[in-house]
Design a protein around this ligand. Sequence first.
Ligand SMILES: Cc1cc2nc3c(=O)[nH]c(=O)nc-3n(C[C@H](O)[C@H](O)[C@H](O)COP(=O)(O)OP(=O)(O)OC[C@H]3O[C@@H](n4cnc5c(N)ncnc54)[C@H](O)[C@@H]3O)c2cc1C
Length: 387
Amino acid sequence: MSFGLPPEALGLRGKVRDFVEAELRPLELEAEMNEGRIDPAQRKKHEAWAIANGITLMDVPEEFGGKSLPVLTQAAIVEQFGRVTNALGWCYGEAQAWMFEACTRDQIERYIMPLTRGRRHFCYAITEEHAGSDPSAIETTARNEGNRYLINGEKWHVTSYNLASTVIVQAKLESGAHCLFFCPANAPGLSVVRSPAYAHTYDHHHPILRFDGVAVSETDRIGAEGDGMGFTHSWFRRERLMIAARCCGAMERLIEDVTDFARSRVVSGEVIANYQLIQAMLADSVTDLHAARLVTYEAAAAHDRGDDVKSLHAKCSIAKLFASEAAGRVADRTVQIFGGRGYMRENVAERFYRELRVDRIWEGTSEIQRLIIARSLLKRGLEGTLK
Ligand SMILES: Cc1cc2nc3c(=O)[nH]c(=O)nc-3n(C[C@H](O)[C@H](O)[C@H](O)COP(=O)(O)OP(=O)(O)OC[C@H]3O[C@@H](n4cnc5c(N)ncnc54)[C@H](O)[C@@H]3O)c2cc1C
């Protein structure tokens, strides 16, 4: 389905798909059986490909040498990276358009552009033990001491900290306002409390981090004091949309693989694709994918049309809510059609069955997405929410 994608977008989508199929997919099993790890040289090679092919520049404004691709094209590209398991698709650093509005020229030079060249890797520390769905409840503090801030607190589930050079940390100022800061991952006073195991098998860990009087320069504050929550919302919108896109890629892969299986697996003298109960599961999965892709592409296209930010916020929530729940249903049906094979870790369905679960939790749970959508409906009406 092309959703009116222009030829350039179709070309890029095809190129990324070829890369994902040829370079990433063959490594899934190695990663699954090796705690998510692959040969570091391979990881570097994947990042180099993404850099050479402009993937890290897709959301970067042209004045900084970026490609500033339409958001619809970006969603179609990211969808392809969603086709593989074990986070092998997370092979590049993503500089996002909002960062160029939030950061100073100096920060763009020191942090954001090096991210696009693979010279820096970020992780994001917002969630805390008692502040997940409600980030306004964070207790981590940043005390202003002239030309620097001292950060104290504990952050949970910090994805990719083990591979990161820079932590973007959200903290509360004495005024109660929120702020984001760039902080070196090896800053004195920053330590790992513990690194729990999670359901998926990723090389990207999610440790609990302790900040004990970690000093960050005033020049590493992102935006003005009090801008923190606004930037976090920009980040959420982008992430929710791209989670939806990756879920579409995962559903597509699952449906393709299980259809091949259903066409060849013979039970009681008949290929199972001929059984109508199997056909019903396949049909429901195709319907889930088609609907999820339509809401995702439409939310992306709404960015390109310049819809107002409040309606974009609701549309990104709709896309994430629907696509992540649809992907969960598709993974479940796919395991069922594969039968016992679908419960083996060497099977794509088993891996996605575990991996896709978190898409209903991170960057705002399904319940939080529903609250955002309902709030938009009640404040702006149906027209204002879905225009
Ligand atoms: C693998 C993984 C990686 C993550 N990576 C990061 C990261 O890199 N950086 C980061 O900052 N965070 C990260 N997170 C945190 C993630 O964003 C939070 O887990 C998520 O926002 C939910 O917060 P919580 O876990 O504290 O759940 P809680 O907020 O405690 O919610 C518990 C339950 O209550 C429900 N609930 C909450 N409020 C309401 C309400 N008003 N109405 C109805 N139900 C409600 C929730 O939906 C949920 O079902 C990650 C989480 C995971 C699992």
